[in-house]
Each structure stands twice: as structure tokens, then as C-alpha cells.
Design a protein around this ligand. Structure first.
Ligand code: ATP
Ligand code: MG
Length: 458
């Protein structure tokens, strides 16, 4: 049974590799050599001057055909990493799973890979079939068959302006179809991240996932559990910052793929408020990205996990913890639960905490404290986060409006703004002082009174 399956897959691989590419001339695809980055063009020139084949490959060719802006311009060649390094002075060998060369062409870093060989029967996999090591070089046809989708197995030759199309990717792109090369189940088993890539690419380019590629996703979703956290996190971040995060997330949900990726997201999306908050956050991020602005992983993850922090915060406060320590404990709990799965780095986790911890401080406008908030290095992100909370109806619009005015005001007006707030703060403090006295108690109470928790936490 297993042998039959292996034979079937390898026979299919052999037929895939035996293919001759369709050669598509400039007159039918219309992509000019000056549309590709100057770095990748110079890399191809340097390699072909020494007699090697070199093409711009994959995502860049696909995006140019689909009239989308490519993120990067990768090069594939028959030169080995050592040979590539000899052709390009400013280059460096990177990667363990598969050796890649990075060439530094002015500001641009061009990623150059040697054609990969077909996966042999002895390829090293984990117990679920995920390929662990894959360091065999091969022919261009083998390289094409190793790529994930037909639209990604396209090679553009800057010298001739021809596209070499091994798996009818150009036709698939015209028909707006995302098709897996080979047997989708086998390809997902080799690398489960391809399921996430399918969702992301389909959403970004407005393609429909071919039914044969879509069908097995639900039953194979659990394989994502075995993917190393750093790889998963990388892909999730790409997905969330694709400019189409809302569509991607809906699709992930529809395909049952969110389970192995962001289990807490599943919980967060279960309540209408949670879903509203996350969809608003992602909608905002999508709009930013489509306007060419950046989005930071910390802001995205802060938004995705905020509702969960709220739930944990409420639980801890109900267990008689003070508001402020409870908030810090809740943040740590959620970050350590998700941090491992998503390989959130310590630096990003620190930024996320700062965004969250500044939220109650926005409310606490007493004395000169707002100046401290304004000067905080994460003020911008935290303020954007505050606006998001207001948009989601979690807090009123007055608070972000006050902070907008405060940011834009000169010092004199700022002091006036604060003066109108101080009596209220003083009143409250006096009230407490009269009741209990003691600096420590007063401070804790100030904090507890002023730190408004998200609605679920109240
Ligand atoms: P984008 O750059 O927009 O994220 P991309 O398709 O270019 O999308 P990259 O990660 O830059 O993605 O990969 C470059 C190329 O390498 C792809 O176009 C594809 O041909 C191949 N590739 C990437 N990841 C995989 C994978 N998991 N399995 C097979 N081929 C892959
Ligand atoms: Mg790319």
C-alpha cells in the first residue's frame, strides 16, 4: 500500500520533471527587462557572462504578469553556491536547509538559489513526511517541479525577455487559478506551510484555489502543528502584512487552518466583539499597506492578542489581584502561550507589552504624566492602538480626540489642557487620601481606578 503510494508519487514526479518548458516571447507576455530590479538584472548578467544560466524566478515573474508589485526579485541559476560567489564579489552564503547566496547590489539584496534537484526516496523527513533536508542540486526542469504552484514555476530571462513556463503557470494566471504542481496532498505533506502560502497568494492576487488543491487542506491542517515556530511565525506575518489580511483570515477560518496557527485567534473570533476588533485591526493594516506604509509585527500581534489579554486580566482581577500587576501578569501569560508557537522574539514581545501597557496610561491624565506618555518611544503605535479600540467601540472617541489635540498643541495649550483635567484628578486623590492615606495605597488605587480594562475584562 505504502509502496504503491510512493511509486505513484515518484512516477508523477518523473513525468513532471520530463516536461519541456513553453517558451513565451515578449510579444505575448509584455514584461520588459527594465521592469525587473537593477540588482537582479546585474546578477543575471554577471552569471551569464561566465556561461551560467540565470533567470529571475517565482514570485516576481508571477506578480509582474498579474500587474502586482513584486516584493523581491529572486534569481535561480545552474551555478553552484561557490560558483555564484566567484562571479559576485559582494555576496554571502546563507541558509542551512538549502544553501542560498545573498548578493549585495547597492541597496538591494538579491537572493540567488542553485536549481534544486528532485526529492529522492532517501530525502530526510520527519515522522509526518515533512522534508527536513533538501540540499541536492539538479536541472532547471527538476527545479521547476520542486516549486509549489504552477504560477511560481516561471523563469524570466532578462537577456532574451522570454519566459520559460514549465507547468502552464501563465495560462493558470490568466484563468485566475492557483494550482499545486504535482499531487497536492504529497506536496502539503512535504511542507505544510504551502497550505498557508496557497491562502495568501490566492488572496493577494485574487486567484481561486483549484479544487484539487483546496480539498485536502481541511484534513491536513493539523500538520501545521509540526512546523517549527519560527517558520510559522514568518508565514503568519507575511499573511497578516499582505495587504489582504482580512480576506486571508476569513479564508483560513473557512478552511479550518487557523487551528494550528493561532489557536487563541479561534477563541478571540468566537465572540462578535472579538471578531469586530480583529477585523478592524486587520482592515486598518490592509489599508496602510496598500497605501505603501509599513506595518510592524508588534502592532499586529498586539491587536490579535488584545482580547485574550482582556480575558486573562479580568480573571486575575476577579481572583483579587490589583489591576496593574494583574495586567502585567495577563500580558506575560498570553505572550508566553502564543510566543512559543509564533516565535515572537523577545524584542517584539517587549514592544507588544509596551503598546498594551500604555493603554491605561492614556486614561491616566494626571499632573505631567501625559508628557511622559507622549515622549514614550512606542507612543505612535500605542496611540494608533488607542484609536483602534475607539473604532471598535471599546472606549469612547473622546480619549483619542484629546490625545490628538494634545499631540498637535504647543506647550502653552498643552498646559491649559492639563490644567482643566487636574482638578478632577486632585479631587479623586484627596478623596482617597482622606479615606485611607498612605502613598503606596493611593498609588495602587489611582492605578486601579484609572486603568480601564477592555470591555470583556470589565
Ligand atoms: P512573496 O515574495 O510575494 O511572498 P513568493 O512566491 O515570491 O511570494 P518567496 O518566499 O519569495 O515567495 O519564494 C520564492 C519562490 O520560491 C516561490 O515563488 C516559489 O517558486 C518557491 N517557493 C517558496 N516557498 C516554497 C515552498 N514552501 N515550496 C515550494 N516552493 C517554494
Ligand atoms: Mg518572493
Amino acid at each position: 500500500m505504502l509502496r504503491k503510494f510512493i511509486n505513484r508519487v515518484f512516477r508523477r514526479e518523473e513525468t513532471l520533471v520530463a516536461r519541456e518548458p513553453a517558451i513565451i516571447p515578449f510579444s505575448s507576455h509584455g514584461i520588459r527587462r527594465d521592469w525587473i530590479s537593477s540588482g537582479s538584472r546585474r546578477v543575471c548578467e554577471a552569471l551569464s557572462e561566465r556561461g551560467y544560466k540565470a533567470y529571475v524566478v517565482g514570485g516576481a515573474v508571477r506578480d509582474l504578469l498579474a500587474q502586482a508589485t513584486p516584493k523581491d526579485f529572486d534569481v535561480a541559476t545552474n551555478a553552484t553556491p561557490d560558483e555564484i560567489r566567484r562571479c559576485l564579489r559582494r555576496s554571502r552564503l546563507i541558509g542551512r536547509r538549502f544553501q542560498i547566496v545573498h548578493a549585495y547590489m547597492g541597496q538591494e539584496v538579491v537572493e540567488i538559489t542553485t536549481f534544486r534537484g528532485a526529492l529522492g526516496e532517501d530525502a530526510k523527513t520527519d515522522t509526518h513526511g515533512r522534508v527536513l533536508r533538501d540540499n541536492v542540486f539538479g536541472s532547471q526542469a527538476e527545479d521547476a517541479a520542486r516549486r509549489d504552484f504552477t504560477v511560481n514555476a516561471l523563469y524570466f530571462d532578462p537577456a532574451t525577455e522570454q519566459i520559460l513556463d514549465y507547468h502552464h503557470g501563465v495560462a493558470d494566471l490568466k484563468q485566475k487559478t492557483l494550482r499545486v504542481i504535482g499531487d497536492p496532498k504529497a506536496r502539503y505533506r512535504e511542507d505544510p506551510v504551502r497550505m498557508l502560502r496557497a491562502i495568501r497568494l490566492a488572496a493577494r492576487l485574487g486567484l481561486a484555489i483549484d479544487p484539487a488543491a483546496r480539498r485536502p487542506i481541511r484534513e491536513m491542517a493539523d500538520l501545521l502543528e509540526n512546523v517549527p515556530a519560527a517558520r510559522l511565525s514568518d508565514e503568519i506575518f507575511k499573511l497578516l502584512s499582505s495587504g489582504h489580511a482580512v480576506t486571508c483570515l476569513r479564508q483560513l477560518h473557512a478552511e479550518g487552518l487557523h487551528r494550528g496557527t493561532l489557536p487563541l485567534l479561534d477563541v478571540a473570533l468566537r465572540t462578535p466583539e472579538g471578531e469586530r476588533f480583529i477585523m478592524l485591526a486587520l482592515g486598518d493594516t490592509d489599508a496602510r499597506i496598500r497605501q505603501g506604509k509599513s506595518s510592524s509585527p508588534s502592532f499586529l500581534f498586539a491587536a490579535l492578542l488584545w482580547r485574550e489579554v482582556g480575558v486573562a486580566w479580568r480573571r486575575l482581577q476577579e481572583a483579587d489581584n490589583h489591576a496593574l500587576p494583574a495586567l502585567h501578569q495577563a500580558m506575560n501569560e498570553i505572550l508566553s502561550a502564543q510566543g512559543q508557537k509564533l516565535a515572537i522574539t523577545r524584542r517584539v514581545a517587549g514592544d507588544i507589552k509596551e503598546i498594551w501597557a500604555l493603554q491605561p496610561r492614556f486614561e491616566h491624565r494626571v499632573g505631567r504624566r501625559p508628557y511622559g506618555v507622549l515622549e514614550h518611544p512606542r507612543f505612535r503605535a500605542a496611540y494608533d492602538f488607542l484609536c483602534l479600540r475607539a473604532k471598535a467601540g471599546e472606549i469612547g472617541a473622546a480619549l483619542p480626540a484629546w490625545w490628538l489635540e494634545f499631540q498637535e498643541a504647543n506647550n502653552e495649550s498643552r498646559n491649559e489642557m492639563l490644567a482643566t483635567l487636574i482638578p478632577e484628578g486632585e479631587k479623586r486623590r484627596k478623596r482617597r487620601r482622606g479615606r485611607r492615606g498612605g502613598k503606596k495605597t493611593r498609588e495602587a488605587e489611582d492605578a486601579a481606578a484609572d486603568f480601564a480594562a477592555p470591555p470583556e475584562a470589565q
